[in-house]
Design a protein around this ligand. Structure first.
Ligand code: PMP
Length: 393
């Protein structure tokens, strides 16, 4: 049996990490992997997370199973953080194994309801979206999103493509901080999108993996809240990996908004069933860290303050890089870097130029020219800017 297995395509970003490790050049710069790093290149454990873990260690009296949907404290606190309120009459929630687990369970839920469900995804999108869709055998179509000229969103093309989605199709949207491009819709554009979705009867499925990394915790949730208020049915997959810095604890949540109480009940039962079939109970430690923080005013305030420092640090790097490039290139064609939000920007370089950055300057980014802003610091920004101009980008 085992020898009948076929090799799986390796993950390009994970391969890049290995290549970076093996590079012995001094001053090499890793802008590949999607993990926040502070100016010292460290992915720190946040202060409030450490404090919450200490509190859990001191007070937790049992490690017995939780519930199939996960602890209600965590689910309620996350729903409030994302939606700004707890719309209990229409909301079903499920703790998941990271944001990825929430995405997978959302697609499983949609498939349970509609076995041939068609999914629409942005071109480009996080590669794992496509990989999961292919693995599950779900039909999907890409809608136009990124404008290679402006490095912003081609909103007219996006609208035209999304308007073609059928009733009951899922439209996968990045709630904020689009990965891999960094280009995002304005709130007015989200409003227009809501109207298109209302008209077509397609169901928005929002992936919210970077709340707090763009314009602020509430600002980054504004689009999700707008869609949740306007559309009868919405799926939301939120990750705690980045904003709480608990990547390896695998903490996330799936929220399903229904348009009536009976559908809500059905969704809640089906979601718990899906966890049962996959791994029974969801992991608890990360969820408990998050609920400990969010339900304690002091810990929550400290966490918000640290998250704001992280966010502002990345914004400052964006400004610095755009400004260096303005000076070196004598043009404003790189200003999009300052307008993008989140950890990533797509430079719009060719694969050959990305290769040149790697071979000539030991600067590593993903082949589609996605760079992780958090991989930079004040000293490496000028090095990158010079290399970009020298590579003819
Ligand atoms: N969605 C997007 C767009 C992401 O970039 C990521 C993380 N790379 C995730 C979901 C899932 O994150 P995790 O499973 O680590 O919580």
């Amino acid at each position: 049996m085992l020898s009948d297995l076929k090799p799986q395509a390796p993950d390009k970003i994970l391969m890049l990490i290995e290549e970076f490790k093996a590079d012995s050049r001094q001053g090499k710069i890793d802008l590949g992997v999607g993990v926040y790093k502070n100016p010292e290149g460290v992915t720190p454990v946040m202060r409030a997370v450490k404090a919450a873990e200490q509190r859990i260690w001191q007070t937790q009296t049992t490690k017995a199973y939780t519930s199939l949907a996960g602890e209600a404290d965590f689910r309620d606190a996350m729903a409030r953080m994302v939606l700004g309120e707890l719309p209990a009459d229409r909301l079903a929630t499920l703790s998941s194994v990271g944001g990825t687990g929430a995405i997978r369970q959302a697609l499983e839920l949609a498939r349970l309801a509609n076995p041939g469900v068609h999914v629409h995804v942005s071109d480009p999108t996080w590669p794992n979206h496509l990989s999961i869709l292919k693995f599950m055998g779900l039909p999907f179509t890409e809608y136009r999103y990124f404008d290679p000229e402006t490095r912003g969103v081609d909103f007219e093309a996006m609208k035209a493509d999304i308007a073609k989605a059928g009733r009951g199709d899922l439209v996968l949207l990045h709630g904020c901080c689009h990965n891999p491009t960094g280009a995002n819709l304005t709130l007015a554009q989200w409003e227009e999108l809501a109207q298109i979705l209302e008209k077509s009867g397609a169901i928005p499925f929002i992936d919210l993996a970077y709340q707090g990394f763009g314009d602020g915790l509430d600002e980054d949730a504004a689009a999700t809240r707008l869609i949740a208020a306007r559309l009868p049915e919405v799926l939301i997959a939120a990750s705690c990996s980045k904003n709480f810095g608990i990547y390896r604890e695998r903490t996330g949540i799936l929220m399903a908004l229904a348009d009536n109480g009976a559908a809500r009940e059905m969704a809640q039962g089906s979601m718990a069933f899906l966890n049962r079939q996959t791994f029974s109970f969801p992991p608890d430690h990360g969820a408990r860290i998050v609920s400990t923080i969010l339900t304690d005013a002091d810990l929550a305030a400290d966490w918000r303050a640290e998250l704001e420092d992280v966010r502002k640090g990345m914004l400052a790097l964006r400004e610095q890089l755009a400004s260096e490039l303005r000076n070196l290139s004598g043009s404003d064609r790189f200003d999009f870097i300052a307008h993008h939000r989140g950890m990533f920007s797509r430079l719009g370089a060719t694969p050959e130029q990305v290769q040149k950055l790697k071979s000539d300057s030991a600067i590593y980014m993903v082949g589609d020219s996605r760079l992780n802003i958090a991989g930079l610091n004040r000293d490496t920004v000028p090095v990158l800017a010079r290399a970009i101009v020298e590579a003819g980008i």
